[in-house]
Design a protein around this ligand. Structure first.
Ligand code: C5P
Length: 318
């Protein structure tokens, strides 16, 4: 990994690499690394860092295309302020971004070529312009699955309810609020995906109508009656499609996890349900999962949500 940040890059590594030159230590090491020695390959990842004009110059792009054709992987570059004072493409990715790209690079590509659709987070069902019904789902599990699926080589679409989480890298995100909006975003996309993971904690009911203005106290001491109506079941609707993707449901329960998860498997007619205890995991960074399918139950022991998401992705892939 060649990091040149604030120096004036008189020789860009991609140019030296494109020509197969070995007249300095770094390009020599890159040239001498095993490409396929007895099955051992040494990947080469490049993090370009240069001025926007240099980056877009045909000579740079030509050499870069050559280096990529020779098997190198290019991370970034980013966009924004540059050391010279200009603004544009060519910034080295942030250290944290490079770390995540490196970790992702080394994940097994068990979902290469697959398209994965994921719902995550709670939904928000408006009562009036300032109030609504929601739940304690943080979206962390669904976002971790989106990241794990992307790292495993899938093209990922993430339909997210109202959450405060950054979008995993290279994941396409669609923000929604209510269950109906989530349904309307998911249904037209479902058949274009090979896997659907319904992690979202979708509200089962919504107010039959949302007031245009804030509902005021009327002095009676009683809360006004709010008539509720059932929301569409997104997972069941996707599972009913003729060309349905492989569907994974979640069961967030407070008790009797195995029994409720198996009931959901049958009721929603999906091949895999992942059970977890809602109160024990909502908002937390770790979780314990129970995989329930036709073969039986299998627990994934308590771990951070990203590790569990990677295990789940391997399970889905197999
Ligand atoms: O119906 P229930 O909430 O018990 O089932 C939970 C599973 O169904 C989760 O995978 C959840 O994302 C999904 N679900 C849904 N649409 C709903 C309710 C639940 O997709 N309206």
């Amino acid at each position: 990994l060649h990091v040149k940040r604030h120096s004036f890059p008189t020789r860009r590594s991609s140019d030296l690499l494109a020509q197969g030159r070995a007249d300095e230590l770094l390009s020599l090491l890159c040239l001498a690394r095993p490409l396929n020695a007895g099955g051992a390959t040494c990947p080469l990842l490049l993090a370009p860092a240069m001025n926007r004009e240099m980056w877009s110059h045909p000579a740079t792009q030509r050499n870069l295309a050559q280096v990529v054709a020779d098997g190198a992987v290019v991370l970034g570059p980013g966009h924004g302020d540059q050391a010279c004072g200009e603004v544009g493409d060519g910034r080295m990715l942030e250290a944290e971004e490079l770390r995540d790209e490196l970790i992702a690079f080394f994940q097994p590509k068990v979902l290469a070529g697959q398209r994965v659709l994921i719902t995550a987070g709670p939904t928000f069902e408006a009562i009036d312009p300032v109030r609504g019904i929601t739940n304690l789902s943080s979206g962390k599990m669904g976002f971790a699955i989106a990241r794990a699926a992307q790292e495993a080589g899938a093209q990922v679409t993430l339909v997210a309810g109202p959450v405060h989480l950054p979008t995993p890298r290279h994941v396409r995100r669609i923000d929604v609020k209510s269950a109906q909006q989530m349904h309307d975003a998911v249904l037209p996309l479902a058949a274009q995906h090979s896997v659907f993971v319904a992690t979202a904690a979708v509200a089962d009911w919504r107010p039959a109508s949302s007031a245009d203005q804030k509902i005021k106290k009327d002095g009676s001491g009683r809360m006004p009656t709010i008539e509720m109506t059932e929301n569409p079941d997104i997972l069941a609707a996707v599972a009913r499609l003729a060309d349905r993707p492989y569907c994974v449901g979640f069961a967030a329960e407070s008790h009797d996890l195995a029994r409720h998860a198996r009931a959901k498997l049958l009721r929603k007619n999906v091949p895999l349900v992942v059970g977890n205890l809602g109160p024990a995991t909502f908002g937390r960074d770790d979780n314990t999962l129970l995989l329930v399918d036709a073969q039986g139950d299998r627990e994934l022991a308590t771990a951070d949500k990203l590790s569990l998401a990677r295990e789940l992705v391997r399970e889905i892939a197999s």
